[in-house]
Design a protein around this ligand. Structure first.
Ligand SMILES: [Zn+2]
Length: 301
């Protein structure tokens, strides 16, 4: 079975992760622009970060047989530095139209401050202008209110729910997000919040329509294999192969392919990578012999 992890921060992950992910069947990832664990102080740091997402990281993933896409946005935490936020807003249109950018995101609320609200709304307008889907980060504190507020604001701006993935849901928010017609993504963190046992229960309760599983793996305690592990557990618990396929592959593809930047044909053919390929003069090799590696991604879920 093949999988897509539609929310993972690969700049924080190792080459071992890429190899393990590919071996577990992950053929494509989406890397949302987010914060780096500490606040940036210059707009040029954002510029270089966005360039990495559309450049080096995309190349690095490809060298391990994984198609890499990203979302571009100003995260809610750093929206609170308004002087910097203004400058980042000027950068966003330069990156939103780049190859492999499948959404504006992850945007939304953290502490639900007036500045967060301002930049959430400005970025919703940016997504509408570029005809891109939106990836919404729901707050970890006061989640239910933050989620409802996000949906109200999206509605106010006239965004079609099928163009929005609301992420980091839990049992408290799932029903209202689905009832309002949005894609509902669930982040599977090991040992906490949404574990994969609870995810299987959510799919049992709500079915597979518009539900998406992701890892949100980053620099914190997280698991880049959350999607394939959750899929295995769901199958073990008697959830159908079709429902696993939808929640761990197809729904993310359907939602983000609305950008026009992500197609199954990007990875579904046989592909051979040459390890000595260069990106701006650099390869992933560190003195090793170059090998050609062929990945056979014939999708027959
Ligand atoms: Zn994230």
């Amino acid at each position: 079975m093949y999988f897509i992890d539609p929310h993972i921060h690969m700049v924080s992950r190792t080459t071992n992760d890429y190899q393990a992910m590919r071996a577990a069947g992950i053929v494509a990832v989406i890397e949302p622009a987010f914060w780096l664990g500490q606040a940036r102080t210059e707009a040029s740091s954002f510029k270089d970060y966005f360039s990495t997402l559309v450049g080096w990281e995309r190349f690095r993933a490809s060298q391990f047989g994984i198609k890499h896409y990203c979302t571009i946005g100003l995260n809610s935490k750093e929206a609170n530095n308004e002087a910097l936020a203004e400058k980042v807003m000027e950068l966003l249109p330069l990156f939103a139209a780049k190859e492999g950018v499948v959404a504006i995101g992850e945007i939304g609320y953290d502490d639900q401050t007036p500045a967060e609200d301002k930049y959430f709304r400005l970025q919703i307008e940016l997504a509408l202008k570029f005809h891109l889907p939106i990836m919404v980060h729901t707050p970890h504190r006061d989640k239910k209110n933050g989620t409802i507020r996000s949906m109200n604001v999206l509605k106010e701006h006239g965004v079609s729910p099928n163009m929005v993935v609301i992420d980091h849901n839990n049992e408290e928010t799932a029903k209202c997000v689905l009832d309002n017609g949005y894609w509902a993504a669930f982040t599977i963190y090991p040992n906490t919040k949404m574990g994969n046992e609870r995810m299987a229960d959510v799919v049992k309760q709500y079915g597979s329509e518009r539900i998406i599983v992701d890892s949100s793996a980053d620099w914190g305690v997280s698991d880049p294999l959350s999607v394939p592990k959750t899929a295995a557990l769901m199958l073990e618990k008697g959830i159908s192969r079709e429902d696993v396929h939808l929640t761990c592959y197809q729904n993310a593809l359907t939602a983000y392919s609305q950008s026009g930047q992500m197609n199954e044909s990007d990875w579904s053919n046989e592909m051979t990578i040459q390890q000595d390929s260069l990106f701006e003069g650099n390869s992933i090799l560190r003195g090793q012999e170059s090998q050609d590696i062929t990945f056979n991604n014939i999708i027959k879920n």
